[in-house]
Write a protein that binds this ligand. Structure first.
Ligand code: NAP
Length: 228
């Protein structure tokens, strides 16, 4: 049987690298993107993975780079497109500079959607288009108010993805916003609840379990619905 194929955007380290490893372990073919031409952990992994893992270069904030990846992917189809890349900030609306606010919003909300809009035609019918959101993107669950700029960026991402889904009502693909949980990475910090090893297999279980389920869902690592 032919291997399933995943395209994981932002797989140099942290959760994206772990997603790539988990799909490889489940015998999928993986194409992962990184910002650097060489020297990332994904490049190291690709040296031991024969042709099961391919590495491509993409900074999601560059429309030119998105379009050149699209060009390189001509004729290629994936069962899963998953945009993981994202950035964090502890700043508030008072402390953040305007440039930094724009950088966070462009990285977390605008750019993932530009990737989805540009590469969605490379996802097979009945496939899955997923984006890494966060529980902090939930407006309904925002009872503490902390990390307000990061929250706003993920809430914007959720709204943009919801518009994408609403504009494709006849689409046969599953669409996902994933809230992976608070996980110990550079972004999550050392005090986070979950290790990567605990959370990512559950995230992948959740992603693969949605195959064939048409429409947009906002789910946590356990497959539980997150309130908008
Ligand atoms: N960890 C958590 O607790 C947690 C919770 C909820 C949601 N998330 C989300 O999960 C995703 C991954 O987070 P993480 O914890 O793994 O963070 P991380 O360790 O800081 O990794 C961030 C990843 O995003 C990539 N990236 C950042 N900006 C990019 C850009 N402009 N173009 C392409 N790639 C870019 C980074 O690439 P470089 O190596 O090139 O910098 C890196 O691969 C993010 O979307 C984050 O918001 C994380």
């Amino acid at each position: 049987m032919e291997k399933k194929k995943a395209l994981i955007i932002g797989a140099s380290r942290g959760l994206g690298l772990a997603l790539a490893k988990e799909f490889l372990a489940r015998n999928w073919s993986v194409m992962g993107t990184v910002r650097k031409e060489s020297g990332t952990a994904l490049h190291d992994l690709s040296q031991n993975s024969s042709d099961q893992l391919q590495v491509e270069v993409l900074d999601i904030t560059s429309m030119d780079q998105i379009l050149s990846l699209k060009y390189r992917l001509q004729g290629q189809k994936f069962d899963l497109l998953f945009v993981n890349a994202g950035t964090g900030t502890y700043e508030t609306t008072i402390t953040i500079t305007t440039d930094e606010f724009v950088r966070v919003m462009v990285t977390n909300a605008l750019s993932p959607m530009r990737v989805v809009e540009t590469l969605e035609s490379n996802v097979v019918e009945g496939g899955t288009i997923g984006v890494m959101s966060s529980g902090q993107g939930s407006v309904a669950d925002n009872e503490r108010g902390d990390f307000e700029v990061y929250r706003a960026s993920k809430a914007a991402l959720n709204t943009l993805m919801r518009s994408f889904a609403a504009k494709h009502p006849e689409d046969s693909r599953a669409m996902l916003l994933i809230s992976p949980g608070w996980i110990r990475t550079k972004l999550g910090g050392p005090n986070a609840t979950y290790s990567i090893e605990e959370a990512i297999p559950r995230v992948v279980d959740t992603i693969v379990a949605q195959a064939g389920k048409v429409g947009l869902q906002y789910l946590d690592q356990f497959g539980k619905v997150v309130r908008w």
